[in-house]
Design a protein around this ligand. Structure first.
Ligand code: VGL
Ligand code: ZN
Length: 250
């Protein structure tokens, strides 16, 4: 797949609390960083998101006496999984992972800051109606196709991609640049939704391969042009000289 100038890479929630040792660690969550750093320079536009909760947030089990993390409760806007305290505003757990070095990011979008509603998607709160403003930002900037990487594949990345489709944006998930929580079959359930919604799931190599081939083709074109214009001798002329018995080409 070829990256176009109006494509945007959206890096979801690569924060300490979702990485090994964090309060809501995603298994091998930090392994997303290497592929993200590898692919990000291919994009002209990068956006980062942060899960950004007040300490009394409704998604925390601690906010519901007698409830434990990973239980589900019914809220006005639907079922809500309860989580351990995580990504509390201003804490070290809410900071980006220190190796996520993406100074070129053009927007850092925070979500989940309303005490009474959770937000998995980068586009809407969990009522699927309250917007974060991201769709307006992308449209106003003329960014059309959205690529997702980060944490977690089966929650914030997945819901963001589904909402992107719902809003009419072509959506691509870079699978090897994501890691999943996988709670009660959440990966399989999310992937079934991807199929229905038309979310593409690809590997970062599918972008890098195209880029490498284009670079190689450009190199060949340049080499031929140089040879033709006499700026350099073509490999063929060396070879012909050798074949014609003029000795080792120099
Ligand atoms: C997330 C659970 C709770 C995520 C955020 O980033 O996937 N998951 N809050
Ligand atoms: Zn959260």
């Amino acid at each position: 797949m070829r990256i176009e100038s109006d494509d945007v890479l959206i890096v979801i929630d690569v924060q300490n609390d979702f990485c090994p040792g964090g309060a809501l660690e995603v298994p091998r969550g930090d392994e997303v960083i290497a592929p993200i750093l590898c692919i990000a320079p291919r994009f002209r536009h990068t956006v980062l998101t942060e899960d950004w909760h007040p300490a009394n947030h409704i998604s925390f089990a601690a906010s519901h006496p007698g409830k434990k993390p990973f239980e589900t409760i019914a809220l006005a806007y639907g079922p809500q999984t309860l989580w351990p305290l995580h990504c509390v505003q201003g804490t070290a757990g809410a900071d980006f992972h220190p190796r996520l070095h993406l100074p070129q990011a053009e927007l850092i979008l925070r979500k989940g800051f309303r005490p009474q509603i959770d937000s998995y998607s980068a586009f809407f709160e969990n009522d699927r109606a309250t917007p974060t403003g991201l769709a307006g930002y992308l449209r106003e900037r003329g960014l059309t196709r959205v690529f997702f990487a980060g944490l977690a594949y089966d929650f914030c990345v997945g819901y963001s991609a589904l909402d992107a489709r719902r809003l009419g944006f072509p959506a691509v998930i870079l699978r090897d640049a994501c890691r999943a929580i996988d709670l009660n079959g959440s990966v399989a359930a999310m992937e079934a939704e991807f199929v229905k919604a038309g979310v593409a799931v690809i590997e970062t190599a599918q972008i890098l391969d195209v880029a490498a081939r284009e670079n190689a083709e450009e190199g060949i074109r340049q080499g031929l042009a140089d040879a033709e214009s006499g700026r350099i001798r073509s490999a063929k002329s060396f070879f012909d000289e050798f074949e014609n018995g003029h000795g080792t080409p120099r």
